[in-house]
Ligand binder design. Structure first.
Ligand code: BGC
Length: 721
């Protein structure tokens, strides 16, 4: 291969200093990139720019499409949409002149409180892996380097820079590694290591997991990049398999790439909601501080490659062959994507409104109809009260490095006003629920806080009473660098829902915009509950499309909704840990695997979600590993169904989950028609990881349960192994 020759030729000409430059983060002279390798001018090796993701391309002072959060994307169970999403992200990355996007986020959702769950896909490893692969494939289709992160067991923010995840090899193999392996197989050019340690060794220096597993076993040929300021020992990291150290600049300089105020030349559509007082009422979110979360890295403990690598190679602490391997990986990734010789095909220019429409489609398709007593979809001409503390802003995501300045934010109020043919009245009811963001630590206080509104729940209830239907929007607050304190909705939002429910008996729809489960004490007193996740810039229009039935709510839960104390991580040892360790004692019993082995009924099980259509399942058949399931739409509306296949293993001496997701298919079924879902089941659908034997299929009869959720089986088929 020509690129191989070029890379080897370059390697033979580079000095040790130049090689070290090629693997050391430094500042982008334009101040735009999140991470930057400066290249070697003498040999015409260009620079490499990395921009943050995964909700959109984050470049300071620039706008980009704020896509729905990955959790929302995963709720579509539609990997084609995920590929398109990756391609759109890649296209925007290219158009902004960057070579790599720091996405997708592929950590498994182990605990519902994790502050970054919105950046990840699922509590199930197969589901998570399918989305990791699809998004990676989409990004790479644009000759942009995808960076699945954070390798591995970065499942909480509390103490993320110091905690050691004590996790068994079996749980790593069955739960935490598959999404990374899938992203590697899908062509990821780079992988980012996590801040945390695993079984006592920092992931920046983890020879076993980085070198032996990721590179030797999974066959990863790209470069491994550190998380920002995570590298404590340069030589240990290089010898452990880390190839690139980031960011290589002081925190003060980093702050410039973290500022998030885009230039104000936007034409965003926001609604003016009648004022309900502008006095100094307290914000609905408690003051928060990142000083105590143990999640902010300390740059002074970071040993930079730019300073420490040359002496380490000269003293033979890091063999020069290792340095060559590090450089070879970076140059090969650049060569394969046409970055090295500037031969990349011209990027497609970004169709800004096309990307907005894609964001809207994903947000609508990922919306989960949790409950519906028949009130939804709404008739076009009903009079609607739109209520909630944040109805005048689109919820773009959680706080942190994934924040994006949207191109065209559509608030819930705007979305419904534009769609409705009836009267629309608006009420906040409460002061706005303020976002919390890790990014605030990079921005000095300005001292000119906006005045907050006074709570006025009574007025909201009155507005509800005067309308035919009320739609109440509530939300949680999450950010990188901080876990959720509880699953309660912040502030007095429950009180607001209850007051509206009372005023407007059984004609109330609650739209929850959250990063996962929240407590819903009112759920039996309302007519419909919709989980809309963090929907991104198309918040209002996407939600309206679902509420009015323009889009069938085809989202299904990628995480179990249950009372907080019912999760397997509800002891301090297990989350957030104590004495520097977090013990994954639940082993492989995470998410629905835990609820299936327990007597607790989840509030809403994994895979749950209603459609406006009704489906009847025919008999499943299995032929040569391919499962076929005819699904008839017995309603008079076109619908989307997500057919889910779970495998129940035979009795074994080893404790195995009751059932595990083995495959799924998102299908469209027109009214009155039948569509056959096809799902391929490979060995991974049946095996388990044995710590001495490796992947093992126990002999016996396996039952494949096919249905609408983990708890709603419609047809079964058996297979012998
Ligand atoms: C995050 C990464 C991010 C990096 C650069 C870190 O704090 O963990 O996900 O890509 O910062 O912003």
């Amino acid at each position: 291969m020509a690129s191989e020759t070029t890379v080897e030729e370059l390697l033979s000409e580079l000095t040790v200093e130049e090689k070290c430059t090629l693997v050391s983060g430094t500042s982008d002279p334009t101040g735009r990139a999140t991470g930057y390798l400066e290249g070697v001018e003498r040999l015409d090796i260009p620079s490499l720019g990395m921009a943050d993701g995964p909700l959109g391309v984050r470049i300071p002072h620039e706008r980009a499409t704020a896509f729905p959060a990955p959790l929302s994307l995963a709720a579509t169970f539609d990997t084609e949409l995920a590929y398109e999403h990756g391609a759109a992200l890649g296209r925007e990355t290219r158009e902004k002149g960057m070579d790599s996007v720091l996405a997708p986020g592929t950590n498994l959702i182990r605990t519902p409180q994790n502050g970054r769950n919105f950046e990840y896909f699922s509590e199930d490893p197969l589901h998570s892996a399918a989305f990791a692969a699809a998004v990676t494939g989409g990004i790479e289709s644009q000759d942009v380097v995808a960076t699945p992160k954070h390798y591995v067991a970065n499942n909480q923010e509390t103490d993320r820079v110091s905690v050691s995840a004590e996790v068994s090899e079996r749980a790593l193999r069955e739960l935490y590694l598959p999404s990374f392996e899938a992203a590697v197989d899908a062509g990821a050019g780079s992988v980012m290591t996590a801040y945390n340690a695993v079984n006592g060794t920092s992931m920046s220096e983890h020879g076993h997991l980085v070198r032996d597993v990721l590179k030797d076993e999974f066959g990863f040929e790209g470069y491994v990049v550190s998380d920002w300021f995570a590298t404590e020992g340069a030589a240990a990291a290089a010898n452990g398999g880390l190839d690139v150290e980031m960011p290589g600049i002081p925190m003060t300089e980093m702050a410039n790439t973290m500022s998030d105020d885009a230039s104000p030349e936007d034409d965003s559509v926001e609604t003016s909601v009648p004022s309900e007082g502008t006095a100094d009422a307290p914000s609905e979110t408690p003051e928060s501080s990142f000083e105590t979360t143990g999640a902010i890295p300390d740059p002074s403990t970071c040993e930079r490659f730019s300073e420490a690598l040359v002496p380490a190679v000269e003293s033979d602490e890091v063999p020069e062959e290792r340095l060559d391997d590090m450089v070879r990986r970076v140059l090969t990734v650049m060569a394969d994507r046409g970055v090295l010789d500037d031969s990349r095909a011209d990027s497609d220019s970004v169709d800004v409104s096309g990307h907005h429409n894609h964001a809207e489609r994903v947000a609508a398709r990922g919306t989960v109809l949790l409950e519906n007593d028949g009130l939804l979809p709404l008739a076009d001409d009903v009079d609607v009260a739109v209520i909630g503390p944040n109805i005048d802003e689109a919820l773009l995501g959680g706080g942190g490095s994934s924040e994006v300045e949207a191109t065209n934010p559509q608030s819930p109020a705007t979305g419904i006003e534009e769609r409705s043919d009836g009267d629309v009245s608006l009420a906040y009811g409460l002061p706005s629920v303020e976002s919390v963001s890790m990014m605030d630590i990079f921005q000095p206080e300005t001292g000119d806080d906006e005045p907050t509104r006074k709570p006025d729940i009574e007025n909201a209830a009155q507005v509800a009473k005067d309308a035919d239907v009320s739609v109440v929007f509530v939300r949680d607050v999450t950010t990188e660098a901080m876990d959720r304190e509880s699953l309660e909705l912040p502030g007095r939002q429950n009180e607001l829902v209850e007051a509206v429910a009372e005023a407007n008996d059984r004609t109330i729809v609650v739209v929850v915009n959250s990063s996962g489960p929240v407590a819903m004490p009112w759920r039996e007193t309302v007519a419909a509950v919709v989980e809309g996740w963090y929907p991104g810039q198309a918040h209002g229009t996407a939600t309206a499309a679902v509420l009015y039935g323009d889009t069938d709510p085809s989202g299904r839960l990628p995480v179990t909704f249950a009372p907080e104390e019912a999760y397997p991580t509800s002891t301090k040892r297990r989350f957030p840990g104590e004495d520097g360790s977090v013990r994954y004692e639940e082993g492989v019993f995470v998410g629905y695997r835990a609820f299936d082995s327990d007597t607790t009924e989840p509030t809403y099980p994994f895979g749950h979600g209603h459609s406006y259509a009704d489906f009847t399942y025919g008999d499943a058949t299995l032929d040569d590993g391919r499962l076929s399931v005819p699904v008839e739409n017995v309603s008079d509306r076109d619908g989307h169904e997500v057919v889910q296949a779970y495998v129940r293993p035979p009795e074994t001496t080893v404790d195995r989950p009751e059932r595990e997701l083995a495959g799924f298919a998102a299908i469209e079924v027109p009214a009155g028609d039948t569509t056959t879902a096809e799902i391929d089941l490979d060995d991974r659908a049946f095996d388990r990881y044995d710590e001495s034997e490796g992947w093992t299929i126990d002999p016996g009869t396996y039952t494949i349960e096919v249905g609408r959720s983990v708890r709603d089986v419609r047809t079964e088929v058996e297979v012998e192994h």
